[in-house]
Design a protein around this ligand. Structure first.
Ligand code: DCP
Length: 724
């Protein structure tokens, strides 16, 4: 449900920039002979020439539409040029389009905060740039207004009296008596026109833009005059724009809420909403949504432009509609492997180019059961901590699929079938990587991050173990689930690590998912919309080895710097005592079933308190760390898996400083209450059954196990109780 956000300022200058027939333009740049010709980009498919996914404006004049197939397009426009989307791994390869989108983003971000909203859309907050222009060089001072700016469409500007349209725009931009908001918009017109021309010059792509005081209005305006034009919404024109706008055209009202407004409230246009008092809308739709509806009817939207040039998640998906539905486990595994390979390449590329790592792997599927009264039941989305490496991602995704399938068709259904068709079919599959965070700067933190990253390697596998134990039953001979490697681990809580997942995609992405999935009802294969699975920059020679090399490089760097820092202290003491980071590295995150004293124990030895990290299941840990069939595995540690004895006086405070504050507080409280405990709250966050036992809160365990990821809510709160 949409939520109202207070308007930060009604004097913002926001632009929404949308590329024109984007994939077509990318193909035209590759093949300039296509320019000016009616052209469409088609998804590869042998049936009826494939599905059109982008149509040039020349082709649109002939009546060619995106909903058509190639053959239909040929009927209405025999001279149409059909260009196939590049293919890799049996599915569309969108990397070229993604990197073309990134080229544009890098130009548009030069004048203000920039939010990449999809593969070809960007929001810009140009308020500061407009204020500066107004203060230093207002449009009235300019000798000449740029031609592109003069071609702007200003809503509400009367152009019907036969007057020179450009002259009207010039006057509007130059008005001395305009209020501050309109003056800012006038500056926005000039800035956006300039940016769009810059994009054209540097990339050869045209784009269209909407310029308004908020994102909602800018987005509505950008599509009003396409291609290669810009539309402006002064506040005096907001009512006119919204009054007749069909309610379902509004962002977030295309679905159930829009239908309810139409059928239950008789609201057909946004303007119709004006008749309802806020309380009435709140009564019907809840406080937040009610206020949001009241606001949008008046063109009010407080949504901020997020400074985000990179995608929030990566994904790879494919649909298998109609007769192409996947009906056996090996078939699903084959496609999952392809999707995971692509996902892994993009993750490596992101890591390499942007120094970012994803933390959650999610599997989504759509399925049907041929003989089932419960046909509404959805295939549950599942997620788990993400481990880097193609083989690991493939393995985890497959395990997630099996967990989902077991839930979808029931345990007995799973047991009775293997490679045989058993009355179910998968019509879409996708894997996504989310919770992407930058690797913290500073080598110690990077090392911590990687140590954190390494632990899900077994944490997630422990968690998947129970699932595997059952799910292997459905595997045909020769198909490995990976569960064998963990069969000796029998964590009672295993399944809690696999989460049912609400797709971690933003609303636009979710909308795109539903539209792209629904687009495939014709019974033929089509890849999932790229805008759903928003991409990262060009994936150049991404591979697992590269990632591993990178990690090794950073770790090496960390180790040498760390040694240097520690050198003096070690020399003084004549013995190398591990720091808290080393402690983390060797910390066994086996979270369930081990006693607390085994997990982490503090003992007082004379005046010097010591932390002892011990684990009775070192051998189990060793097993857990075995590389999985074919999957690469980096060195998880230095073999020091026995009991660790740690003198708290030797904790390097500089290392402590790089930990997240809340973790610092908690650790300080454990190790030396008399010296470091910052406040009593920390005591409440952990619990202890013995004065000498240190018991980790689930939050801290997550941080230790997964790096600095307090928002990765992997363990249910009940863990803490059982842990104690
Ligand atoms: N796309 C896709 N499948 C869809 C919709 C779009 O693969 N169902 C791709 C092709 C488009 C690109 O995403 O070129 C951007 O989509 P837009 O909806 O922005 O449409 P276009 O850019 O093609 O055209 P327009 O000029 O109307 O924005």
């Amino acid at each position: 449900m949409p939520v109202a956000k207070p308007e930060s300022s009604d004097s913002r200058v926001i632009a929404h920039v949308d590329m024109d027939c984007f994939y077509v333009q990318v193909e035209e740049r590759k093949q300039p002979q296509l320019r000016g010709l009616p052209t469409a980009v088609v998804q590869y498919n042998e049936w009826k020439g494939g599905a059109l996914i982008a149509v040039s404006y020349e082709a649109r004049k002939f009546g060619v539409k995106r909903s058509m197939r190639g053959a239909e397009a040929k009927e209405v426009c025999p001279q149409i040029q059909l260009v196939q989307v590049p293919v890799a791994r049996g599915k569309a390869d969108l990397n070229g389009y993604r990197s073309a989108g990134s080229e544009v983003v890098s130009i548009l971000s030069r004048r203000g905060r920039c939010e990449r909203a999809s593969i070809d859309e960007v929001y810009l907050d140009l308020t500061d740039a407009a204020e500066t222009m107004l203060a230093e060089n207002p449009p009235q001072n300019l000798e000449k207004i740029d031609e592109e700016a003069l071609k702007s469409h200003i809503l509400g500007l009367n152009n019907e009296d036969g007057s020179d349209v450009k002259e009207n725009v010039r006057e509007w931009i130059n008005r001395h008596n305009a209020d501050h908001r309109d003056k800012l918009l006038a500056c926005g017109i000039l800035i956006v026109a300039e940016l769009r021309m810059q994009v054209l010059k540097e990339t050869e792509f045209t784009c269209s833009a909407g310029i308004a005081h908020n994102k909602m209005l800018a987005k509505l305006a950008s599509g009003m005059n396409k291609p290669a034009q810009q539309t402006v919404v002064p506040s005096s024109s907001v009512n006119g724009l919204l009054n007749t706008l069909p309610i379902r055209k509004m962002k977030q009202l295309g679905g159930k809420l829009g239908i309810s407004l139409q059928t239950d409230m008789g609201v057909n246009t946004v303007g119709d909403l004006l008749q309802f008092p806020e309380e009435k809308l709140q009564e019907r739709y809840g406080i937040n949504t009610g206020t949001w509806l009241w606001n949008i009817a008046r063109g009010i939207s407080g949504e901020a432009v997020e400074g985000r040039l990179l995608p929030k998640s990566h994904g790879s998906g494919k649909t298998f509609p109609g007769p192409r539905a996947l009906k056996t486990v090996p078939a699903v595994q084959h496609w999952l492997n392809q999707l995971c390979e692509e996902l892994s390449e993009r993750l490596c590329s992101d890591l390499d180019q942007n120094k970012r790592m994803a933390n959650t792997l999610t599997l989504h599927a759509r399925a049907y059961k041929s003989s089932d009264s419960d046909s509404q039941k959805k295939f549950p989305s599942k997620s788990c901590p993400l481990r880097y490496g193609t083989g690991k991602i493939q393995e985890d995704a497959f395990n997630l699929f099996q967990a989902g399938l077991r839930e979808y068709i029931g345990f007995y259904g799973v047991k009775t079938q293997g490679s045989q068709y058993s009355g179910w079919g998968i019509t879409s599959l996708s894997v996504s990587a989310s919770k992407i965070v930058p690797i913290p700067s500073g080598t110690c933190s990077i090392a911590k991050y990687f140590h954190g990253q390494s632990t899900p390697h077994f944490s997630s596998m422990q968690s998947l173990d129970n699932v595997n134990a059952e799910a292997t039953l459905l595997l045909p001979p020769g198909v490995h689930s990976g569960s064998e490697c963990y069969s000796e681990l029998n964590s009672p809580k295993a399944e809690s690590w696999i989460e049912d997942t609400v797709p971690d995609l933003d609303l636009q992405e979710q909308k795109d998912l539903s539209s792209s999935l629904s687009k495939t009802q014709d019974g033929f294969t089509q890849d999932i919309s790229p805008s759903l699975l928003s991409g990262t920059e060009g994936c150049l020679e991404q591979n697992q080895n590269k990632q591993e090399r990178y990690i090794t490089k950073v770790e090496g760097q960390f180790k040498s710097e760390y040694k240097e820092r520690k050198g003096k202290r070690v020399k003084d003491k004549g013995t190398e005592t591990p720091s808290i980071l080393e402690l983390f590295k060797s910390y066994n995150p086996y979270p369930f079933g081990s006693s607390l004293s085994q997990e982490l124990k503090k003992t007082a030895q004379g005046t010097g308190a010591r932390l002892t990290i011990g684990h009775a299941e070192e051998n189990e840990v060793g097993k857990e760390e075995k590389p999985m069939h074919g999957s690469s595995s980096r060195d998880e540690g230095d073999g020091r898996r026995e009991v660790w004895s740690y003198n708290i006086d030797e904790i390097d405070p500089t290392v402590m400083d790089e930990l997240p504050q809340e973790i610092q507080d908690e650790i300080k409280a454990w190790v030396q209450p008399h010296k470091w405990r910052p406040n009593n709250n920390t005591a409440r966050r952990g619990c202890s059954n013995d004065a000498n036992d240190i018991i980790l809160t689930s939050e801290t365990r997550n941080v230790l196990a997964f790096g600095n990821l307090p928002d990765l809510d992997l363990a249910p709160s009940s863990d803490q109780a059982s842990f104690c």
